[in-house]
Unconditional design. Structure first.
Length: 232
C-alpha cells in the first residue's frame, strides 16, 4: 500500500502566490472553479469555503463598523442634549438679579437636569486663600489654589475636610465631585458640583462641558456682583 506524501509549501512560492493574489483581488472571479476545491481550516474537524470565510470576515468588519457608528450616534445625541441643557441653564441665569438667585438657579437646574446632588459656589479672598484662619480649611484652600492655578476643571473624590470646605452642610451628599474654577476681575472661587455616585465625576471624565459651564457662571456672578468673601 502506498502512502501519500504531503510536500510542504515552499516559503518563496507561498510568498509569490500571496503577493499575486493581493495584487489581483478579482482572481477568483475569473477562476470560479477553483473555489470548489479550496478549503480553509475553520476549527477542529471543520472546513469552510474561501467565499464563506471571506463573507464571515466581512460580516465581522461590518458588525464592528455598525457598533462604532452606533457609539458615535449615541455620543452625538448626548452632546446635543448637554448643549440644550446648558442653553436652558444660561437662559435661567439671565433672570438672576443677585448672588443668591444665581446660586439657587444653579442648584435647581443642576439637580434637576445634570444629576447633581449638591451644588455650591465657593469664593475666597486672596489672603484667606493663602493663609486660612481656620486650620481645618487648609487642605480645602490648597485644592482651590491648585484649581485656580491650572484654570481647568477637576473631577474626582475629596476627603472629608475638603468636602466641608467646598460644600459645608451638603458635604455628606458628595462621593464624587466636579470643581470648576471661576476667575474674573472681581471673582476668585469655584463652582462645586457633588454626586452621591462615586463614578459620576471620575478623574477621566471629559471636561469640555464643565469649562463652558464655568465661563457662563463666572460671567453671571460678575454681572450680579459676587457675595462678600465667606469667612473661614
Amino acid at each position: 500500500m502506498s502512502t501519500a506524501v504531503v510536500t510542504p509549501v515552499d516559503d518563496e512560492l507561498e510568498r509569490t502566490v500571496t503577493e499575486y493574489l493581493a495584487r489581483h483581488p478579482d482572481f477568483f472571479e475569473h477562476h470560479a472553479d477553483l473555489l470548489t476545491t479550496l478549503r480553509i481550516p475553520h476549527g477542529p474537524g471543520q472546513t469552510v469555503s474561501l467565499v464563506e470565510r471571506q463573507l464571515g470576515l466581512l460580516r465581522g468588519q461590518s458588525d464592528q463598523l455598525r457598533a462604532r457608528l452606533e457609539h458615535l450616534i449615541a455620543v452625538a445625541r448626548e452632546n446635543e442634549a448637554l448643549h440644550d441643557r446648558l442653553h436652558r441653564l444660561t437662559l435661567a441665569l439671565l433672570d438672576a438679579r443677585d448672588f443668591e438667585a444665581v446660586l439657587q438657579t444653579l442648584r435647581t437646574e443642576l439637580q434637576a437636569h445634570f444629576q447633581a446632588d449638591a451644588v455650591a459656589l465657593r469664593q475666597a479672598a486672596g489672603d484667606e486663600l493663602q493663609r486660612p484662619r481656620d486650620p481645618a480649611h487648609a487642605s480645602g484652600a490648597r485644592v482651590l489654589r491648585e484649581l485656580l492655578a491650572t484654570g481647568q476643571p477637576r473631577c474626582g473624590a475629596l476627603d472629608a475636610a475638603e468636602l466641608a470646605y467646598f460644600f459645608g452642610a451638603e458635604a455628606a451628599a458628595s462621593r464624587s465631585v466636579a470643581l470648576v474654577p471661576l476667575i474674573g476681575p472681581r471673582l476668585t472661587g469655584a463652582l462645586a458640583i457633588g454626586s452621591r455616585d462615586p463614578e459620576r465625576f471620575n478623574p477621566g471624565k471629559a471636561t469640555d462641558f464643565l469649562i463652558r459651564l464655568g465661563e457662563v457662571v463666572a460671567k453671571t456672578v460678575q454681572a450680579v456682583g459676587p457675595r462678600e468673601a465667606q469667612g473661614d
